[in-house]
Design a binder for this molecule. Structure first.
Ligand code: RP5
Length: 163
Protein backbone atom coordinates (compact mmCIF):
# COMPACT_ATOMS: atom_id res chain seq x y z
CA UNK A 1 0.00 0.00 0.00
CA UNK A 2 1.33 3.40 -0.97
CA UNK A 3 1.62 5.54 2.15
CA UNK A 4 1.11 8.89 0.52
CA UNK A 5 -2.55 9.56 0.67
CA UNK A 6 -4.85 10.95 -1.95
CA UNK A 7 -7.84 13.01 -0.87
CA UNK A 8 -10.95 12.70 -3.02
CA UNK A 9 -13.26 15.57 -2.21
CA UNK A 10 -16.58 16.43 -3.82
CA UNK A 11 -19.22 19.07 -3.45
CA UNK A 12 -22.17 16.78 -2.88
CA UNK A 13 -23.28 13.22 -2.28
CA UNK A 14 -24.70 13.44 -5.82
CA UNK A 15 -21.10 13.62 -7.13
CA UNK A 16 -20.15 10.25 -5.65
CA UNK A 17 -21.35 8.04 -8.54
CA UNK A 18 -18.82 9.91 -10.68
CA UNK A 19 -16.06 10.25 -8.10
CA UNK A 20 -16.39 6.60 -7.12
CA UNK A 21 -14.64 5.82 -10.39
CA UNK A 22 -11.57 7.66 -9.10
CA UNK A 23 -11.76 5.72 -5.85
CA UNK A 24 -12.05 2.42 -7.72
CA UNK A 25 -9.02 3.28 -9.85
CA UNK A 26 -6.98 4.07 -6.73
CA UNK A 27 -8.13 0.78 -5.21
CA UNK A 28 -6.92 -1.03 -8.33
CA UNK A 29 -3.51 0.59 -7.93
CA UNK A 30 -3.40 -0.09 -4.17
CA UNK A 31 -3.18 3.61 -3.31
CA UNK A 32 -4.57 4.81 0.01
CA UNK A 33 -7.17 7.55 -0.14
CA UNK A 34 -9.92 9.25 1.80
CA UNK A 35 -13.17 10.41 0.23
CA UNK A 36 -15.03 13.35 1.77
CA UNK A 37 -17.92 15.65 0.95
CA UNK A 38 -16.62 19.22 1.12
CA UNK A 39 -18.82 21.88 -0.45
CA UNK A 40 -17.42 25.31 -1.30
CA UNK A 41 -20.95 26.72 -1.14
CA UNK A 42 -22.76 24.76 1.57
CA UNK A 43 -19.86 23.99 3.92
CA UNK A 44 -17.26 26.70 3.25
CA UNK A 45 -15.74 26.40 6.75
CA UNK A 46 -15.31 22.65 6.22
CA UNK A 47 -13.60 23.36 2.90
CA UNK A 48 -11.29 25.90 4.51
CA UNK A 49 -10.31 23.62 7.37
CA UNK A 50 -9.77 20.66 5.07
CA UNK A 51 -7.65 22.58 2.56
CA UNK A 52 -5.54 24.43 5.15
CA UNK A 53 -4.64 21.21 6.99
CA UNK A 54 -4.50 18.78 4.04
CA UNK A 55 -0.70 18.81 3.72
CA UNK A 56 -0.12 18.47 7.48
CA UNK A 57 -2.71 15.68 7.51
CA UNK A 58 -0.46 13.68 5.19
CA UNK A 59 -2.23 14.12 1.91
CA UNK A 60 -0.01 14.48 -1.14
CA UNK A 61 -2.54 15.02 -3.91
CA UNK A 62 -6.13 16.25 -3.93
CA UNK A 63 -8.76 15.19 -6.45
CA UNK A 64 -11.73 17.56 -6.33
CA UNK A 65 -14.98 16.89 -8.14
CA UNK A 66 -17.70 19.52 -8.44
CA UNK A 67 -20.58 20.42 -10.69
CA UNK A 68 -22.39 23.54 -11.88
CA UNK A 69 -20.74 26.70 -10.56
CA UNK A 70 -17.89 24.46 -9.52
CA UNK A 71 -15.71 26.51 -7.16
CA UNK A 72 -14.40 23.68 -5.01
CA UNK A 73 -11.23 22.76 -6.95
CA UNK A 74 -10.11 26.38 -7.38
CA UNK A 75 -10.90 27.43 -3.82
CA UNK A 76 -9.12 24.37 -2.48
CA UNK A 77 -6.09 25.05 -4.68
CA UNK A 78 -5.98 28.60 -3.32
CA UNK A 79 -5.71 27.27 0.23
CA UNK A 80 -3.13 24.48 -0.15
CA UNK A 81 0.27 24.03 -1.78
CA UNK A 82 -0.69 20.47 -2.80
CA UNK A 83 -1.49 19.67 -6.44
CA UNK A 84 -5.23 19.77 -7.09
CA UNK A 85 -6.86 17.88 -9.95
CA UNK A 86 -10.36 19.01 -10.81
CA UNK A 87 -13.07 16.72 -12.15
CA UNK A 88 -16.04 18.50 -13.76
CA UNK A 89 -19.23 16.65 -12.85
CA UNK A 90 -21.70 16.13 -15.71
CA UNK A 91 -24.48 18.47 -14.60
CA UNK A 92 -28.08 18.02 -15.72
CA UNK A 93 -28.62 21.58 -16.92
CA UNK A 94 -25.57 22.01 -19.14
CA UNK A 95 -24.11 18.49 -19.38
CA UNK A 96 -21.04 19.51 -17.39
CA UNK A 97 -19.90 22.34 -19.64
CA UNK A 98 -20.67 24.71 -16.76
CA UNK A 99 -18.56 22.57 -14.43
CA UNK A 100 -15.73 22.31 -16.94
CA UNK A 101 -15.49 26.02 -17.63
CA UNK A 102 -15.78 26.87 -13.93
CA UNK A 103 -12.87 24.60 -13.09
CA UNK A 104 -10.57 25.02 -16.07
CA UNK A 105 -10.48 28.81 -16.38
CA UNK A 106 -8.33 29.56 -13.35
CA UNK A 107 -6.60 32.93 -13.43
CA UNK A 108 -2.80 32.72 -13.60
CA UNK A 109 -1.18 31.97 -10.25
CA UNK A 110 -3.42 29.26 -8.78
CA UNK A 111 -3.39 26.15 -10.98
CA UNK A 112 -5.99 23.39 -11.09
CA UNK A 113 -5.18 20.44 -13.31
CA UNK A 114 -8.51 19.98 -15.04
CA UNK A 115 -9.65 16.61 -16.34
CA UNK A 116 -12.46 15.57 -18.69
CA UNK A 117 -16.13 15.84 -17.75
CA UNK A 118 -17.54 12.89 -15.80
CA UNK A 119 -16.36 9.30 -15.49
CA UNK A 120 -13.35 9.61 -17.81
CA UNK A 121 -12.14 12.61 -15.85
CA UNK A 122 -12.53 10.83 -12.53
CA UNK A 123 -10.56 7.82 -13.74
CA UNK A 124 -7.87 9.97 -15.28
CA UNK A 125 -7.60 12.11 -12.16
CA UNK A 126 -6.75 8.95 -10.23
CA UNK A 127 -4.22 7.90 -12.86
CA UNK A 128 -2.66 11.35 -12.79
CA UNK A 129 -2.48 11.28 -9.00
CA UNK A 130 -0.83 7.87 -9.29
CA UNK A 131 1.70 9.22 -11.77
CA UNK A 132 2.61 12.03 -9.36
CA UNK A 133 3.05 9.64 -6.44
CA UNK A 134 4.97 7.20 -8.64
CA UNK A 135 7.75 9.75 -9.13
CA UNK A 136 8.99 8.88 -5.64
CA UNK A 137 7.53 5.37 -5.28
CA UNK A 138 9.10 2.72 -7.50
CA UNK A 139 6.68 -0.03 -6.49
CA UNK A 140 3.75 2.15 -7.43
CA UNK A 141 5.50 3.04 -10.69
CA UNK A 142 5.67 -0.69 -11.47
CA UNK A 143 1.96 -1.15 -10.64
CA UNK A 144 1.05 1.81 -12.81
CA UNK A 145 3.12 0.43 -15.70
CA UNK A 146 1.41 -2.96 -15.28
CA UNK A 147 -2.01 -1.29 -15.36
CA UNK A 148 -1.12 0.61 -18.51
CA UNK A 149 0.17 -2.57 -20.17
CA UNK A 150 -3.07 -4.37 -19.26
CA UNK A 151 -5.08 -1.43 -20.57
CA UNK A 152 -3.28 -1.75 -23.90
CA UNK A 153 -3.73 -5.53 -23.94
CA UNK A 154 -7.52 -5.09 -23.62
CA UNK A 155 -7.66 -3.42 -27.05
CA UNK A 156 -8.52 -5.96 -29.74
CA UNK A 157 -6.57 -5.95 -32.97
CA UNK A 158 -9.74 -6.13 -35.06
CA UNK A 159 -13.34 -4.96 -34.58
CA UNK A 160 -16.03 -7.53 -33.86
CA UNK A 161 -19.79 -7.55 -34.42
CA UNK A 162 -20.25 -9.56 -31.22
CA UNK A 163 -20.93 -7.46 -28.14
C1 RP5 B 1 -22.16 21.22 -6.53
O1 RP5 B 1 -23.49 21.32 -6.85
C2 RP5 B 1 -21.88 19.77 -6.36
O2 RP5 B 1 -20.55 19.50 -6.71
C3 RP5 B 1 -22.87 19.10 -7.29
O3 RP5 B 1 -22.26 18.66 -8.49
C4 RP5 B 1 -23.87 20.19 -7.60
C5 RP5 B 1 -25.29 19.80 -7.28
O4 RP5 B 1 -25.35 19.37 -5.94
P1 RP5 B 1 -26.68 18.74 -5.36
O5 RP5 B 1 -27.76 19.78 -5.49
O6 RP5 B 1 -26.97 17.51 -6.16
O7 RP5 B 1 -26.37 18.41 -3.92
O8 RP5 B 1 -21.86 21.92 -5.35
Amino acid sequence: MTENKVAIIMGSQSDWPTMEHAANMLDDLDIAYEARIVSAHRTPERMYEFAKSAKDDGFAVIIAGAGGAAHLPGMTAALTPLPVFGVPIQSKALSGQDSLLSIVQMPAGIPVGTLAIGKAGAINAALLAAAVLAITDEELADRLNDWRDANSARVAQYPSSES
